[in-house]
Design a protein around this ligand. Structure first.
Ligand code: NAD
Length: 288
């Protein structure tokens, strides 16, 4: 079975529309601002998708572009402008940012109530407590959980193995699944025998950024595989000269799994749909 993120994301968006209508009836128009530094091609592709989804449901989208020479202090001033503007409900600082930018200081500057990416300590801390406090959880983990729930993949008591321990995917998805009573193992670059862990997984979630890191022999028969990775690999047959692939060897592994996400069309659209939900939640909570 294919865990279809494109189709499920559309369902999530459709479900969101009545919430936006209710806000509009009260004269409130949800608005997202994305701060974009430079012109990284992959980032531009991601934000185009965010713009498309926002416009589809009636969220105002504004992009503020800055040169790669921007300093941390200048960026913090731009963040504060958004923080104090009551007409804006969501703020994203599109990653990656140039090397001179101090990322922890930038995240700290974002008003947690407008932190629709769910990166601030406040929102991460709330997510830690229980599912009831997941008001603005990180978008990719939220999208992964919603995709598993849509396909009725049971989580309680299941062996979940996560490969990758970043702050935006691996660690928060581990917490969200623990809060749903899964037994969670988190692997990463320093894990001694990766395959020994992955082979035990009922649900395997891979968020690394290395094509074909996970091969068929590393997956248990009947497992559910969620491939978060997005990698550009050279492909002369494509007009743009590359294709997008995940971290798992899809062709061989998909024959063995009970369910698997495609790349593209799996976690990517779910992340953007989860972001849209976070913008709506932020608007509702700022407007009570
Ligand atoms: P990151 O670079 O911050 O972290 C990578 C993680 O992989 C680290 O925990 C590292 O220890 C681990 N790792 C590296 N090499 C490894 C190896 N050989 N074996 C085991 N673990 C290894 O990554 P990130 O920001 O979480 O992103 C991971 C991937 O997911 C990237 O391809 C990124 O583009 C993609 N991504 C996709 C979405 C989406 O919406 N689909 C969202 C975020 C990230």
């Amino acid at each position: 079975m294919l865990l279809d993120g494109t189709k499920t994301a559309q369902k999530v968006l459709t479900r969101s529309i009545p919430r936006i209508e209710a806000l509009k009836k009260r004269g409130i128009q949800p608005k997202l601002v994305i701060i974009m530094i430079g012109d990284n091609a992959a980032s531009l592709a991601y934000i185009r998708q965010k713009q498309k989804f926002c416009e589809q449901v009636g969220i105002i989208y504004e992009q503020r572009n800055f040169d790669t020479s921007i300093t941390t202090d200048e960026l913090i001033i731009e963040i504060q402008k958004v923080n104090t503007d009551a007409s804006i409900h969501g703020l994203i600082v599109q990653l990656p940012v140039p090397k001179q930018i101090n990322i922890p200081l930038i995240i700290r500057a974002i008003e947690p109530k407008k932190d629709v990416d769910g990166f601030t300590a406040y929102n991460i801390g709330k997510m830690f407590l229980s599912t009831e406090f997941e008001h603005l959880p990180p978008a990719t983990p939220k999208g992964i959980v919603e995709l598993l729930e849509e396909y009725k993949v049971p989580l309680e008591g299941k062996e979940v193995v996560i490969v990758g321990h970043s702050n935006i995917v691996g660690k928060p998805v581990a917490v969200m699944l623990m809060n749903r009573n899964a037994t969670v193992t988190v692997c990463h670059y320093y894990t001694k025998d990766l395959a020994e862990h992955t082979k035990r997984a009922d649900i395997l979630i891979v968020a690394v950024g290395k094509p074909k890191l996970i091969t068929e022999d590393m997956v248990k028969k009947g497992a559910v595989v969620v491939d978060v990775g997005i990698n550009r690999v050279e492909d002369a047959s494509k007009k743009q000269g590359f294709s997008l692939v995940g971290d798992v060897d899809f062709d061989s592994i998909s024959k063995k799994t009970s369910a698997i996400t495609p790349v593209p069309g799996g976690v990517g659209p779910m992340t953007v749909a989860a972001l849209v939900e976070n913008i709506i939640t932020a608007t509702e909570r700022l407007s009570t």
